[in-house]
Design a protein around this ligand. Structure first.
Ligand code: ADE
Ligand code: ZN
Length: 331
């Protein structure tokens, strides 16, 4: 099964590029940029990754990204992840990026975009990997700040495959970001949002009704609201589920408690993703493997999940066809 899961052409739709920063690269960049870290070793960093909830993770996630200062850093960060993912059989990556987290540290948008663009071109050329970019807004920051970032990103609108909504969910409902998402819609930019990770099912409804999103990131708490589950099924809304993330952030206690089997039984369209692989114990292959171990899923289920990811990806129809062909050839 491991060989099959590795060979399976996997499209990743939910990945925070800053959450792919492995401790080894964190130390290398800290040294290159003269940034001091509150850790003595790579082992010490890893042992600090013992989270109690989303906020306890976000604190270390924002601290970790302090080593990212130059376009070269963002390039190295993304290439490091693309190479690892490619080795695991990932053929397409859609990455969220958090511009506000960098602006707050004096790292301007062109630095971030230039580094990531360089890495994306290189991934295409050297790994045959397609990528997409999702500019995310930090929902615990003011809506006005998100609007200002959206406007200042005008030179990069063409490069954006979608806008997203992430960071601390509770108390920061999608309704807060109606204006900036409406602006994205007017500009013809697709929309996604984290909802129903720690927040209530009502936030999933809001994301659909008020932000007009085409996918829900996480969404696992929809099961608390049967009418919402029926709606998600009827409308074919895709949930980008991140099983190891949910365990590490204690959305669920253990993998065997994860609601993925119920979500699947409910007829929902699901994909498996790594979220923040450097912080949550592994990338795409680890997430697929953990599902196999916890639920004993057959190859057919993994093929179905891989198929849904290809169908829901922000890619050209030509690329979609190519990935469907790769998937058909692997089994
Ligand atoms: N930012 C990075 N990872 C996140 C997650 N799992 N939820 C919300 N915001 C995030
Ligand atoms: Zn996420």
């Amino acid at each position: 099964m491991h060989d099959f899961l590795k060979r399976l052409p996997k499209a990743e739709l939910h990945l925070h590029i800053e959450g792919s920063l492995e401790p080894e690269l964190m130390f290398a960049l800290a040294e290159r940029n003269g940034v001091s870290l509150p850790y003595a070793s790579v082992e010490e960093v890893r042992s600090a990754y013992d989270f109690t909830d989303l906020q306890s993770f976000l604190d270390l996630y924002f601290q970790g990204m302090s080593v990212l200062r130059t376009a070269e850093d963002f390039h190295d960060l993304a290439m490091d992840y693309f190479r690892r993912a490619s080795d695991e059989g990932v053929v397409h990556v859609e990455m969220h990026v958090d511009p506000q987290a960098h602006l707050a540290r004096g790292v301007e948008l062109p630095v971030v975009m230039e580094g990531l663009s360089l890495a994306r071109r290189r991934a295409q050329r050297e790994l045959g990997m397609s990528t997409a970019l999702i500019m995310a807004f930090l929902r615990d920051r003011p809506a006005e700040e998100a609007i200002a970032v959206m406007e200042s990103a005008a030179p990069y609108w063409e490069m954006l495959d979608a806008v997203g909504l992430d960071s601390a969910e509770r108390g920061n409902p999608p309704a807060k970001f109606v204006e900036v998402f409406e602006r994205a819609r007017q500009l013809g930019i697709a929309r996604v949002a984290h909802a129903g990770e720690e927040g209530p099912p009502a936030y999933i409804r809001e994301a659909l009704d008020l932000l007009d999103v085409s996918r829900i990131d996480h969404g696992v708490r929809c099961l608390e609201d049967p009418d919402l589950v029926a709606r998600l099924r009827d409308e074919g809304v895709v949930l980008t589920v991140c099983p190891l993330s949910n365990v590490r952030l204690r959305v669920v206690e253990r993998m065997t408690d994860h609601p993925l089997p119920q979500l699947l039984d409910a007829g929902l369209r699901l994909t498996l993703n790594s979220d923040d692989p450097a912080y949550f114990g592994g990338g795409m292959l680890a997430n697929f493997t953990a599902c196999h171990e916890a639920f004993g899923w057959s190859k057919e289920i993994f093929i179905q999940l891989a198929e849904t990811a290809i169908d829901a990806a922000f890619i050209s129809e030509a690329r979609r066809l190519e990935l469907h062909r790769q998937l058909a050839a692997c089994h």
